[in-house]
Design a protein around this ligand. Sequence first.
Ligand SMILES: NC(=O)c1ccc[n+]([C@@H]2O[C@H](COP(=O)([O-])OP(=O)(O)OC[C@H]3O[C@@H](n4cnc5c(N)ncnc54)[C@H](O)[C@@H]3O)[C@@H](O)[C@H]2O)c1
Length: 334
Amino acid sequence: MEGIVFEKLNSLGALLEPLNPFKVAVLTNTTVRDIWLEEVLDSISEYEVHPIIIPDGEKYKDLETARYVWEKLIKIGFTRKSLLIGLGGGVITDIAGFVASTYMRGTLLGLIPTTLLAQVDAAIGGKTGINFHGKNMIGTFYLPNFVLIDIMTLSTLPMVEVLNGLAEVVKYAILDREVYEILTRISSPQEAIKSEELIRKSVEVKVRVVEEDLRESGKRRILNLGHTVGHAIEKLSGYKIKHGFAVSVGLVVASKLGERLYGFDSGKVYELLKKFGLPINLPFEPSKVLEAMKLDKKAWYGKIVFIIPVKIGEVVIEEVPESLVLEVLREVRE
Ligand SMILES: NC(=O)c1ccc[n+]([C@@H]2O[C@H](COP(=O)([O-])OP(=O)(O)OC[C@H]3O[C@@H](n4cnc5c(N)ncnc54)[C@H](O)[C@@H]3O)[C@@H](O)[C@H]2O)c1
């Protein structure tokens, strides 16, 4: 958890002190600018700060935007000892990380994630990237100097974005008993985003896994729990179904496989997802989902590999026969 702090936005100044940046640039989008930028700027007013604003949306996580930000940094005389801060959701933290890691071979980087998904996932673990002929095709591994998590920023998040992040939190609940127990005590999405304990513990799970395996050769794969089917659903929907909603159904499928193979109690996962109003049924034909899964870059050599819960707090990584996958997909079909 080194470098990850749970504090108010106005404590940003104190985080900058040890870094002593030459200049500071704050990358954000038009939506987050209107809500949270002023508070951030107020807390670092003693520095030379340059806001860099980009339009809102996943489609701007591209090379054009990276180029735009590089150009801005050159124009303001940004150096390797300058600090780029990414203030926003996962789109912003991914671009900020990518630009910071490539500009002059690496500048100082700070992330202030303002969506639940970015707080528990995108801003944690050092993966950066932009979309290029496909999602996250170009990217780097680059750890930020700090991640500042202020859960107050989630108070302005639209409900759909809260749910999008909450699916990942349910994933952590399957991976970790402590997160599971906290989540069982929480009764609504609104309550979830007020629980610093829940967010902190979720972050801890990701940090623990990533620290053991920064470059995703082995253990980090367990974070793909629910994503084998999740990615397929996202793809089949032409990315109209949001990541978290797709992962939610993926968690159901993985849990059902766990039930068949290891006696996992899938009811526990159903209960959590239903309580928060996350989807639990497959929105596409099982055979189509199977085909899409085989094409996924995270499937190994065309084999379908699942992260399968054995019990809360324990998963295995396993190739599953197509026939069993199809059977379970049919069970969860709408
Ligand atoms: N690097 C990683 O390890 C990693 C992991 C998971 C996801 N990601 C990436 O993260 C991105 C998705 O992130 P996301 O779900 O945060 O989407 P996002 O960044 O598009 O944010 C979702 C929406 O919420 C708005 N928003 C952000 N903060 C807000 C606030 N506090 N109040 C009101 N509105 C706010 C944004 O402007 C946007 O419209 C994807 O590009 C994905 O690839 C990266």
